[in-house]
Design a binder for this molecule. Structure first.
Ligand code: URA
Length: 233
């Protein structure tokens, strides 16, 4: 594989930025200065700025539009359907990064890259996740501001949230809610705190990476740019 593509896939930088590193002589392959256009494989020792590049090529990364009615575990003790059943054959030993409730749908990532999964789920990294939320009836400014500034869950205040009404009539209100934590059933419980019941919940974005038009229940591979983006989030 071309060295710039290899470096980008290993999460070093974008392909173009890798070209610059190569031109500047900051990349060594098996101890020798690399040139643009060189080919490398996982057997080669590739060093960038004095640090050996971790091989990531053997990892897999998928994006699923999870339907409601599936649990995010590998095996369910109540014998409910699991998201693993929706993965394509040959997906390998991937597992979901984080969880969505049984009744929640939307964007769910899968990988066998433990480093990335750890980074994306570690609370200290505060990765923003955006949800489409539907509640019955209308919601007032007071409730919206309470959601935005944080409500008390499990004896602790939630972080600030972005909350935006996108559609409302007397029957339903739809909102976009962005939180950077992942407490159990957090969005549903935040709305319960302000006296509102969530009747539809869908994750539509992780960072700036969107679910797009992937149909419900379908899975696709992440592109190299998307993998690179997540590795640097
Ligand atoms: N918040 C929830 O309430 N449920 C989810 O599945 C994700 C976030």
């Amino acid at each position: 594989m071309r060295i710039n593509k290899y470096l980008a896939e290993c999460g070093v930088a974008s392909r173009r930025a890798c070209d610059t590193l190569i031109r500047e002589g900051k990349v060594l392959v098996n101890g020798k200065r690399a040139n643009l256009g060189d080919d490398v494989s996982e057997k080669d020792m590739v060093v960038v700025n004095g640090t050996e590049v971790a091989h990531k090529l053997s990892h897999s990364y998928f994006l699923m539009n999870k339907p409601k009615g599936y649990v995010c575990t590998v095996k369910d003790d109540k014998d409910r359907k699991t998201v693993m059943e929706l993965l394509p054959e040959g997906a390998g030993r991937v597992y979901p990064i984080g969880r969505l409730d049984y009744d929640t749908e939307g964007m769910l990532l899968f990988t066998d890259d433990g480093d990335l999964a750890f980074r994306l789920t570690h609370p200290k990294n505060e990765i923003p996740k955006t949800y489409l939320v539907r509640i019955e009836g209308v919601i007032g400014d007071n409730e919206l501001n309470r959601l935005r500034s944080g409500v008390e869950l499990d004896g602790k205040r939630t972080n600030k949230a972005k909350v935006k009404v996108i559609e409302t009539d007397k029957k339903f209100t739809k909102l976009h809610v962005t939180i950077n934590e992942g407490k159990n059933r957090q969005v549903r419980r935040m709305f319960e705190c302000v006296g509102k019941q969530v009747d539809f919940l869908k994750r539509i974005r992780i960072g700036d990476l969107g679910l797009g038009s992937l149909p419900r229940g379908k899975v696709r591979k992440l592109t190299q740019d998307e993998i690179y983006y997540l590795m640097n989030l």
